[in-house]
Design a protein around this ligand. Structure first.
Ligand code: DGT
Ligand code: CA
Ligand code: CA
Ligand code: ZN
Length: 594
């Protein structure tokens, strides 16, 4: 029996739920699978350990004898018989169809019944031909939505969210490090090291401790390939091993000697564009640059190769952080000594967006506060949804006021951390905010964001955001473009206009650290910084476990050339509050006393 991660078991349960729903099973039946999947995803214990004692499994909420048995079957066989049975009825690709934004199980079931289609391509074809508009629940608009979603799907194929890639890389590094003294280092390179928002494949560099010999390479290769979860081996040479994991993720592992480590890191970190520019520069200076060394052009004599720093130095450049290596001005800045001093995770003093059980979060105010305190934060803002976001059980005025009281009470109870009573106030279709002014005035911080009518045309969306920014209560715009990585494109609007308005009114823009969002993205962060618009980096955590996503937000901010001084939540509590756009009342009061 192989080792199974909670996530893997959850996936099988979730897929069973989806197939049952397509199959027209009663809601209670598939929901119980769905809930079990969600539970496992958020469980800190390994389900495999719990399952050793049948009683322990059944102590979990919502897990009865039936589900406990199914979970044990999944752990034992690596699959689930009901799922397999359903997959005899429907092709596996139908599960991918469900990932398509705008298609739920009911529509997928209908498409299967009517046309026997189960792939994104086939459904897109029907949409293109205008054959879906007359189906119940569809229309011309849904055909367009399907086509747009299919486009996103095509682009996303074969890519992974950064947290998934990062966790896989960490597991691989831990596995390879078991080689002990035989290796000197194991380090991720490629897009993961550059902290790109999505990752195509993993590139791992393994530096050997001694010289390479056939025997050591053989032993090391054998160990690496014993990593659980390898689906198939793609290449196996003395310098490179490639394989595909069961999750579909591809991994390239390079084996190298210590003297080449810097050159290899530089080469395999990329980006390709950065490397091309660096090689051009090297050539002009009489060098060649490859994955082994910076060498003289004339007789290919190695000059430096052991560290990246030494190579950059030889090329007349300051060290360029991996996140900046996209050939968007970093080489020129490194030459002139004008690189930014990028923000680091340790600069962050608090988290300004998170949800609790009051709306769609999993933990209480106090649980979030304790977890945040544990991370060493000075403050956090509790930002449950407002009433328009009904799917997330958003709070109306009355509930918001009660929530504010609860937060204040918790703040008194939990020592050593400031709790800000806030709300993620929905920006309505017309740009108005979803809570009354009297309630907005009670909040310590007002964060606003869009959750509906995301395909307004560009001008209407620009106006909507401008209206929200002009509302005197607005202080921060959260996940400003609404993108969901690999699933949904950003909504279109005039970012320059919106950032100009944000600057004018002293509004901060969020860099949402949730791995599905990472919004604002690098390019927009840089645009914001150029205008002097302040940034906040927040996790949008929906459980205590999500608070660690901060590092991905910091990664995106670094890609956007952001420094600690650009980010409001690097400030201590008092300074933070002073730096927010003044509230309407406070503004008046301040002017009166002046
Ligand atoms: P990904 O995997 O699509 O998220 O993006 P990367 O940047 O990790 O790209 P990948 O895995 O194809 O290659 C890793 C790095 O190795 C890449 O950033 C630059 C370098 N590299 C790989 N192959 C080539 C190549 O054929 N030419 C050049 N110039 N660089 C390469
Ligand atoms: Ca890669
Ligand atoms: Ca690669
Ligand atoms: Zn939101």
């Amino acid at each position: 029996m192989g080792q199974m991660e909670n996530r893997e078991v959850a996936r099988i349960l979730r897929e069973t739920a989806q197939l049952l729903e397509i199959d027209g099973a009663p809601i209670g039946r598939f929901r119980s699978y769905e809930k079990a999947a969600e539970l496992l995803d958020n469980l800190s214990d390994r389900v495999e350990d719990l399952a050793e004692d049948p009683k322990k499994l059944m102590e979990l909420p919502g897990i009865g004898e039936g589900l406990a048995g199914h979970i044990r079957e999944i752990l034992k066989t690596g699959d689930y018989s009901l799922r397999q049975k359903l997959l005899k009825k429907y092709p596996e690709s139908i599960l991918k169809l469900l990932d398509l934004q705008s298609l739920g199980p009911k529509k997928v079931a209908l498409l299967w019944k009517k046309f026997h289609v189960a792939t994104v391509e086939d459904v897109a074809k029907l949409a293109r031909e205008g054959r879906l508009r007359d189906l119940a629940g569809f229309g011309e608009k849904s055909e367009q939505n399907i086509l747009r979603a299919a486009e996103t799907f095509k682009k996303a194929a074969g890519r992974f969210l950064i947290n998934v890639a990062d966790e896989t890389a960490q597991a691989l590094v831990a596995h390879i490090e078991k080689l002990g003294k035989r290796i000197e280092a194991v380090e991720p390179a490629g897009s993961l090291r550059r902290r790109k928002e999505t990752i195509g494949d993993l590139d791992l560099l393994v530096t050997l401790a001694g010289r390479r010999s056939e025997k050591t390479i053989e032993e090391i290769t054998e160990h690496i390939l014993s990593f659980p979860g390898i689906e198939r081996i793609l290449a196996k040479g003395e310098n490179k091993i490639s394989f595909q994991l069961e999750t579909g993720m591809q991994v390239d592992v390079r084996l190298l000697e210590a003297k080449h480590r810097g050159a290899a890191l530089l080469y395999f970190t990329g980006s390709k564009e950065h490397n091309v520019a660096l090689r051009g520069r090297a050539n002009k200076m009489g060098y060649t640059l490859n994955e082994y060394a910076l060498a003289t052009l004339e007789d290919e004599k190695p000059v430096v190769s052991e560290t990246e720093e030494a190579i950059y130095k030889k090329l007349g450049l300051a060290f360029i952080e991996p996140e900046l290596r996209e050939n968007t001005g970093e080489i020129e800045a490194a030459e002139k000594g004008r690189l930014p001093r990028l923000i680091e995770l340790g600069d962050i003093r608090g988290d300004l967006q998170m949800h609790t059980v009051a709306s769609d979060g999993k933990n209480s105010i106090e649980e979030m506060a304790h977890a945040a305190k544990h991370l060493g934060y000075d403050y956090v803002a509790l930002t449950d949804h407002s009433k328009a976001v009904t799917v997330a059980n958003g709070l109306d005025e009355k509930r918001t006021l009660a929530q504010i009281e609860k937060i204040r009470e918790a703040s008194r109870k939990v020592e050593g951390i400031h709790l800000l009573a806030s709300s993620e106030v929905d920006i309505l279709k017309n740009g108005k905010l979803d809570l009354d002014d009297e309630v907005l005035a009670q909040l310590d911080m007002v964060i606003c964001s869009v959750h509906s009518y995301m395909n307004l045309d560009r001008d209407a969306m620009t106006e909507r955001l401008l209206a929200a920014i002009e509302n005197p209560y607005t202080q921060i715009i959260a996940h400003p473009t609404g993108r969901l990585l690999l699933r949904r494109e950003a909504y279109a609007y005039d970012m320059e206009k919106v950032l100009d308005a944000a600057k004018k009114h002293g509004i901060a823009m969020e860099c949402n650290a949730y791995p599905d969002r990472l919004d604002l993205k690098d390019v927009y962060l840089r645009m914001a910084k150029e205008r002097g618009v302040k940034i906040t980096i927040s996790t949008d955590a929906h459980s205590t476990k999500n608070l660690v996503y901060m590092k991905y937000g910091v990664g995106m901010a670094r890609r956007g050339w952001i420094e600690a001084k650009d980010v409001l939540n690097t400030l201590p509590h008092g300074k933070l509050l002073e730096s927010l756009r003044p509230k309407p009342g406070a503004h008046k009061a301040r002017r009166k006393t002046a």
